[in-house]
Design a protein. Structure first.
Length: 201
């Protein structure tokens, strides 16, 4: 009789411990699944690297950035997306891209304080302004400070966009792609050499 009561009490204790442990385990799994996407859908890169590459490739890296983001998103979502227009005219598809990023963040149960619309508007405005001022400063060097201010504002907005993408992919600092690779240095060298040749002509 004593043994049966002891056995019953042990079973009740086991159940009382197993249930909360199982609950905590399931909650942990659910939280983990909501925290980060399983398959990367967007291009992770450290902000300093993005800015350096954009500057020293005269904006060509921005085209590569658009290509990588749309290519990863197409593979992750299975959506039918034409890459060529998004590479040649990334500005026209920037808002759509940022909306996809925002939707993926929200879809994993998280939130991020940013405005895809205002960031798109700001990047387009600064990009067009920088291009226009750059063409004007060729005969008017005194406008060079204005160009530098516009370029600085562009990169501040670019920083905000990339930090949102890195947050979406679970790597807020972009540590997985922070170092300049040999290909990056080669790219910088080619563009810099090209500009030097143009200056000497």
């Amino acid at each position: 009789m004593v043994k049966s009561e002891t056995a019953a009490r042990n079973r009740r204790c086991a159940v009382s411990w197993t249930f909360p442990c199982t609950t905590v385990l399931l909650m942990s799994i659910r939280t983990a699944s909501l925290s980060y996407p399983v398959q990367p859908a967007f291009f992770v890169v450290a902000v300093p690297k993005l800015i350096v590459m954009t500057l020293f490739t005269s904006g060509l890296y921005w085209l590569f950035w658009s290509l990588r983001n749309w290519d990863l998103y197409r593979n992750a979502s299975g959506a039918r997306i034409m890459l060529l227009p998004r590479i040649l005219l990334p500005e026209l598809f920037l808002y759509s891209l940022l909306c996809q990023v925002d939707g993926r963040i929200r879809g994993t149960g998280r939130s991020y304080r940013w405005s895809p619309w205002w960031l798109t508007f700001g990047l387009l405005l600064m990009g067009l302004s920088a291009h226009h001022l750059w063409m004007v400063t060729l005969p008017l060097p005194e406008l060079t400070p204005a160009v530098l201010v516009v370029v600085l504002l562009f990169h501040l907005l670019q920083r905000r966009v990339q930090r949102a993408i890195n947050f979406c992919e679970g790597d807020p600092e972009g540590a997985g792609n922070a170092q300049l690779t040999l290909a990056n240095w080669l790219w910088i060298s080619v563009v810099t050499t090209g500009w030097l040749v143009i200056e000497w002509l």
